[in-house]
Design a binder for this molecule. Sequence first.
Ligand SMILES: [Zn+2]
Length: 267
Amino acid sequence: MQTGPLKKTALILLTITIFIACSESPTGRNQLTLIPDGRMAALGENAFEEMKQSRPVVTDSRINGYVKCITDKLIKQLPGKQPDWEVKVFQNATPNAFALPGGNIGVNTGMLKIAQTPDQLAAVIGHEIGHVLADHGNERLTQQLGVGVVFFLVNLFFDEPGSIEQEVLLRTLGIGTRVGVLLPFSRAHEREADILGLELMSRAGFDPAESVRLWQNMAERSQGQPMEFLSTHPSHESRIEKLSQEVDYYRKLYQKALDEGRKPQCG
Ligand SMILES: [Zn+2]
């Protein structure tokens, strides 16, 4: 069968796109991310707007101030030009938290019961920001839709952010409303978000050892009942052990923040 000129051009373009899109994550892992950053940001914004309208948002200024204080300290440590990050606390007893491309963070009130100190909440939010920093949503969406489909969607038909089905999008970004239908982040993604989260929290002056306690709390609380957060962020057996081994390294960054008088007073 002869390849028509149009097909040939599309093939060449696709090859170039993949070549350009094959990049390195912040920890040096090879990744394929075909969706332009601006599109990912628009998708994240869209999903967040929808959530703010459909879910009850906490108005208690004490709770909002507490979560914002921690988030602000973490965001200050992010590299490059940052969007205006927005954080919302949702009135929901399910322990969950997420960060979305475009600079959006959501924390359920239920998570405040598991992350019991400012440093533990910084570990959760740092981990979530890690997923965004390393472009995991883009990588997952690229895999989910398939290289060819993404190419055509992005470049030909994909004018409105809403044209990707909301359900696919929410699952891919690691958020959703029901346990069991969500796509778990892979082991590699979890590991990477852990590392980026540890670095972020330590630089911001939060004790990295608290990340170990946080995952211990998660493990204890999830016994006997499925937890939405753990369904999207599976706690692989070795996670707590690996985190404990790495704490020493990150403690130096933490100590530096303390020496410079930057211990956050958020609690
Ligand atoms: Zn995760």
